[in-house]
Ligand binder design. Structure first.
Ligand code: CMP
Length: 720
């Protein structure tokens, strides 16, 4: 080895003795040679030197050997030299051999310093994105190893470090991890390569990363990068609207358009445009919420005025202005388009209402229901221990505290400590916390709200009306076809389902009161599941003779089959679970008389509900359906709860974006289910459709399992 070094050195620097030359200098000298001039001995020496470089330590021997033949030495004499600018195209990856550099970001200044052994510049290469920062020399005479893009792609792209941590002021701000992605090549074949995906970050840095490097991906063929959508679907958790809007404005504002700041003019313009593009994507993704949120509206106006101002000097921003104006006018039109009643749609009187138009309007009314909103009036019935009640009219978003205070005033209850609780039909009590929200929509089926001084809580008993019906409705059901029952159930479920706002899932699982947001629409949809389930059990145990019960059993199985056909898995599951309830499943005399065909059908349904391997059968079968689908919502809620309980939202002060991705995945499932409107052919019906609709929408049930089981035993006593 020593003779090799000596011979190499002697040829170029004969005046130096070995003792005067340190290893770095040797490496520098060898790397100054053009790659194709390097001899095998040179490569061996370079390779050995590479073994000591921190940034390369994770690479395999063969990769290091390949690097030895392509690495280029680059040095700069003066502090302040700019290696490259933020927004530039990425051409190389660098390792610092000697000296240090500052990482500078527009609007933030120097965010961190990198030293000997550190590397930089691979984000742009791996993500095919512009440079995320400017690199400025911090001292004179800095030395770098450089790998140019082509070599980087050939040798390193697939083997480069899996995790990249970006720091600002000594703190991690973004953690990226390399994941394989697939894209379609020009010849149609799928190619896999890698890109850095966000694992964790501060909300602001993630937003910055998104605006700077990720927006264009939505337009390319690469469909695997869901960062933007994940961010928008989950931002309420880590960067709620009241934080997101100012962050976007300040990002827009920080981007200088002054041309004296190192090419910042063009760069700033691109970034300003990216804010508008982001807002447009946001609008596309969450139009309803976007249009309804007052903060967003104020923000839109503000952004519009910024863009308008810039437009005077930079006319190329005119298209951004048009985009914003489009969104703003859309917001005005929204109320009009969304009017729930068909009758309120503006139709020119001179136009005859053709059958096709009537059908269109009907479908519109099915597919465009108004969700319950925070400011909507909520009529709250609050009972006292003596079963008298009082009715309050308060906004949907009222907290328990405010309900109590209003009730106190209305009922003249003095200054005693009062509590609000739910009394279930079983007599069980659920006490509410003062900051709870949406208690009315969250009540159990026959549950009622009670108010009481804390010390008299024990005196509360259920109201007789909570017991539910004592006579079944088999006579009504007899007159209805199973298809028509399933049809009206599906329309009702669909309307409840489309009113559920996606963020409600997040509020529900992560805790409404943490967000101070309502979940009323989701509550009602989930409540409907229980309603259908208990309706089935109630009807079965209220059918007095075995013949009636067999008839009902057949009917419910057929209704379930139609629901399945309509892809209404919510009610399908509810019915099958109702029939599997112990109060029904134990009615052996009834089941014995059920024709084999129905037994087989039911057995197949039960297979679909098999919870083993995380509901694999159900998940597989849903994945084969095309929307519209009404999903088995409790399972989606369970998935979200698992994701939430099993993963921290933050670690080391950074948002755990992997968790956000998982949450977004479940929300995406909901989106897919309703990505197409429901368009069912109404069945021929003997009864008036409003009558059927009324029946289906007002199911009366017994929701006390003990009572249901007792009734079941009365019908078919235990066999001795
Ligand atoms: P790249 O975007 O290719 O070019 C600028 C480089 O700066 C970037 O890759 C990272 O390697 C490096 N860098 C280090 N810290 C940061 C930071 N906080 N933000 C952005 N880039 C950073």
């Amino acid at each position: 080895m020593e003779h090799l070094i000596r011979s190499t050195i002697s040829c170029s620097f004969t005046t130096l003795t070995l003792a005067q030359i340190n290893e770095d200098d040797i490496l520098c000298m060898l790397l100054l040679k053009k790659p194709h001039d390097r001899t095998l001995d040179d490569l061996e020496i370079i390779y050995e030197e590479l073994l000591h470089i921190k940034a390369l330590s994770h690479l395999s021997t063969s990769v290091k050997r390949e690097l030895a033949s392509v690495l280029v030495f680059e040095s700069h004499a003066k502090a302040g030299t700019v290696l490259f600018n933020q927004g530039d195209e990425g051409k190389s990856w660098y390792i610092i051999l000697k000296g240090s550099v500052n990482v500078v970001i527009y609007g933030k200044g120097a965010v961190c310093t990198l030293h000997e052994g550190d590397d930089f510049g691979k984000l742009a290469l791996l993500n095919d994105a512009p440079r995320a920062a400017t690199i400025v020399l911090r001292e004179d005479n800095c030395h770098f190893l450089r790998v140019d893009k082509e070599d980087f792609n050939r040798i390193l792209r697939d083997v480069e470090a899996n995790t990249v941590r970006l720091k600002e002021h000594g703190q991690d701000v973004l953690v990226l991890e390399k994941i394989p992605t697939k894209s379609q090549a020009a010849d149609g074949t799928m190619q896999s390569h890698y890109k850095y995906s966000v694992m964790a970050g501060t909300p602001e840095k993630m937003l910055e990363h998104l605006l700077e490097t990720r927006l264009d991906n939505t337009k390319s063929e690469e469909t695997t990068d869901s960062f933007l959508e994940d961010f928008l679907l989950t931002h309420v958790i880590f960067m709620p609207t009241e934080k997101l809007c100012p962050a976007l404005l300040s990002y827009y504002d920080a981007k200088s358009l002054k041309t004296d700041e190192q090419d910042a003019g063009d760069y700033g313009l691109t970034q300003k445009k990216s804010v508008v593009q982001f807002v447009q994507e946001w609008h596309n993704l969450a139009e309803d919420i976007f249009n309804e949120d007052e903060q967003v509206q104020v923000f839109l106006q503000e952004l519009h005025s910024y863009v308008d101002e810039d437009c005077a000097s930079f006319p190329c921003l005119a298209s951004e202005l048009t985009v914003l104006e489009g969104m703003m006018s859309c917001e005005k039109g929204f109320q009009f388009i969304n009017t729930p009643e068909v009758g309120k749609r503006r139709i020119s009187p001179s136009v005859m209402l053709t059958k096709k138009m009537a059908n269109e309007l009907y479908l519109d009314s099915i597919n465009k229901k108004q969700p319950i909103k925070a400011n909507d009036e909520n009529i709250v019935k609050i009972y006292c221990a003596d079963h008298t009640y009082s009715t309050l009219r308060l906004p949907m978003s009222s907290s328990v505290h405010s309900l109590i205070e209003h009730a106190r005033e209305k009922l003249g209850l003095g200054s005693e400590e009062l509590v609000l609780c739910e009394i279930k039909s079983s007599g069980d009590r659920v006490l509410y916390k003062e900051d709870d929200l949406c208690v009315t929509t969250g009540l159990s089926l026959n549950g009622l709200l009670f108010i009481s001084p804390r010390k008299h809580l024990d005196a509360l008993t259920p109201h007789p009306e909570q017991e539910g019906p004592s006579i079944g409705t088999a006579n009504i059901l007899e007159l209805l076809s199973t298809k028509e029952i399933a049809y009206h159930m599906t329309i009702h479920d669909w309307q409840l389902f489309i009113c559920v706002q996606e963020y409600e899932l997040i509020y529900q699982v992560l805790g409404r009161s943490n967000f101070n947001k309502i979940t009323a629409n989701l509550d009602l949809f989930l409540r409907r599941f229980n309603e259908v389930q208990y309706w089935v059990v109630t009807e079965m145990v209220l059918a007095q003779n075995v013949g009636k019960r067999v008839q009902l059993l057949r009917k419910f199985i057929k209704v379930a089959a139609h629901c399945k056909e309509f892809q209404n898995l919510h009610s399908f599951f509810a019915i099958v679970m109702g029939l599997s309830n112990i109060a029904v499943s134990r009615l052996s005399q009834t089941w014995e008389k059920l024709p084999g065909k129905f037994k087989k059908m039911f057995a197949d349904f039960e297979t679909l509900m098999d919870p083993s391997r995380n509901h694999r059968v159900y998940r597989l079968s849903v994945s084969k359906l095309t929307p519209p689908i009404i999903p088995f919502m409790p399972l989606l809620m369970k998935d979200l709860t698992f994701t939430h309980d099993g993963n921290k939202t933050y670690f080391d002060g950074l948002v755990n974006f992997e968790k956000m991705h998982m949450i977004a995945q479940t929300i995406r499932n909901v989106r897919i289910c309703r990505s197409r409107r429901l368009d069912l052919e109404p069945p021929n019906t003997a009864k008036s459709s409003t009558e059927v609709q009324d029946y289906i929408r007002n199911l009366q049930v017994i929701d006390n399992q003990r009572v249901l089981t007792q009734l079941s035993y009365k019908l078919e006593p235990r066999r001795t």
